[in-house]
Design a protein. Structure first.
Length: 193
């Protein structure tokens, strides 16, 4: 599979949030403002890309040679948790306002099934290191695009809250909007043709 195919597929066709429905918790929780969504997107991008490198190396240089493949989930979570701790420390020192805005969702990147899922999928697809890194980065970009688009939609919805029927205000309209955005992205895969 070419790098361009991996990139386009991961960002648009098989978007990790909108087509595969992984990483929904931070997607819904941190998407109230575009600025917060951008910060979360870049944090996930950093963690997912680095974890793609680290988990690929750990799997092929440590687990596989020593026949410890059954430890993949535990080891990958430990690697991802370490990377998230590093990101959390960096953001806390360099951007305290963003750190406050992200709140509990920043440490939850550790248990974000999108990050772990991408690391495991890269191994299952027998990607080379370069392909795994491209796969991780592309999926992180897809996550970032999705969360920023959704945050923009939510900001617009909040300004038009008076025109939304009372029964649909709040969580219902957020979930309807997420579903419609998901359907729009599924159109890239050609569903219905």
């Amino acid at each position: 599979m070419s790098l361009m195919m991996i990139f386009v597929s991961a960002i648009l066709v098989n978007n990790i949030v909108l087509s595969q429905f992984l990483g929904i918790c931070p997607f819904l929780g941190v998407s109230k403002k575009i600025s917060t969504a951008v910060g979360m997107g870049f944090a996930v991008m950093f963690v997912m890309t680095l974890s793609s490198i680290a988990t690929w190396l750990v799997y092929y240089k440590l687990l596989l040679p020593h026949h410890l493949e059954f430890m993949i989930t535990v080891v990958f979570i430990l690697v991802i948790a370490s990377l998230v701790q590093m990101v959390e420390i960096i953001i806390k020192k360099t951007a305290p306002a963003l750190y406050q805005a992200l709140g509990i969702f920043l440490p939850l990147i550790t248990t974000n099934c999108a990050v772990l899922g991408i690391a495991i999928l890269a191994i299952q697809k027998n990607f080379t290191l370069l392909n795994a890194v491209c796969f991780g980065l592309a999926n992180a970009i897809g996550f970032t695009v999705a969360i920023i688009l959704f945050a923009g939609l939510r900001e617009r919805i909040n300004t038009a809250n008076h025109s939304i029927p009372p029964a649909l205000r709040g969580t219902p309209i957020v979930l309807i909007t997420a579903a419609l955005l998901s359907l729009a992205f599924m159109g890239f895969s050609g569903i219905g043709h």
